[in-house]
Ligand binder design. Structure first.
Ligand code: MG
Length: 252
């Protein structure tokens, strides 16, 4: 697998904007997402990572345990409004887009063809082009971005947020970064279907933990956690750790 330069550089953005790695919602897997609640809240489309989020890495078929949740997701949003954005299928590592075609067939939704890996701004641009080309175009703030990696999926979702100006005309950095009206909802699935990059995942968890403590409840995550999640029948990772992170992000 070639180097993901945008992903490698993403941690440096932490130096001036540590909130870039904070998701709005932390779940084990997509069975915990309440898609109907998301739709009722105004979210009309979704971007999903593939490897270790929907499929075993480098496989083209859905993890069987996710069958019902995936069907619900497609029914709620509509299949054209759900887009898979992978750093394997649909990229330059997928000659002729053969894997993208296969994944699209098995998962019944489109797979984005893109030349720059997540979280590159050019990848974001390709996502926007897709959703703006729909018969009923979908804007960034109407999207849910779901993925299992902080420095690719979560950072990309947060990079899609736009700053807002207060009445004074001055950009309000604190308000804009996590105001979900200005960008997608970032959902981090931290369950792992097949072990992969475990050291990096541990580092990502620790960083989310530390930054969550540092924000000390200023990140505006609590509403999203309560509104858009439900209990998973068969959690794949220990809930204690998730509960700890949730409580850190939840504090006021
Ligand atoms: Mg992944």
């Amino acid at each position: 697998m070639p180097l993901n330069i945008p992903g490698i550089l993403a941690p440096f953005q932490l130096l001036w904007n540590p909130r870039i790695i904070l998701p709005h919602v932390i779940i084990t897997d997509i069975r915990q997402l309440d898609f109907l609640a998301l739709r009722k809240a105004g979210y009309r489309g979704a971007v999903f990572d593939k490897d270790n989020c929907l499929t075993i890495p480098y496989k083209d078929t859905l993890v069987p345990e996710l069958k019902d949740a995936w069907r619900e997701c497609r029914e709620v949003f509509g299949e054209r409004n759900v887009l898979i954005v992978s750093n394997s299928a649909g990229t330059g590592d997928d000659p002729g887009g053969i894997q993208a075609e296969s994944v699209s067939h098995h998962l019944s939704v489109p797979v984005l063809h893109h030349g720059s890996p997540k979280p590159a701004y050019r990848c974001i641009s390709a996502i926007r082009t897709y959703f703006s080309s729909l018969p009923n175009p979908i804007q960034d703030h109407e999207l849910v971005v779901v993925g299992d990696r902080v420095f690719t999926d979560v950072v990309m979702a947060n990079r899609m947020k736009r700053r807002v100006a207060r009445a004074t005309g001055e950009p309000d950095k604190a308000a804009s970064t996590y105001d979900r009206r200005n960008g997608p909802l970032a959902v981090w699935t931290n369950g792992v279907w097949q072990k992969e990059s475990m050291v990096m995942r541990w580092i990502e968890r620790c960083l989310v933990d530390v930054v969550g403590r540092r924000m000390d409840g200023k990140s505006g995550l609590s509403d999203s956690l309560e509104l858009f999640t439900k209990l998973s029948p068969h959690p794949t990772v220990p809930q204690g750790r998730i509960a700890l992170i949730r409580s850190l992000l939840h504090r006021k």
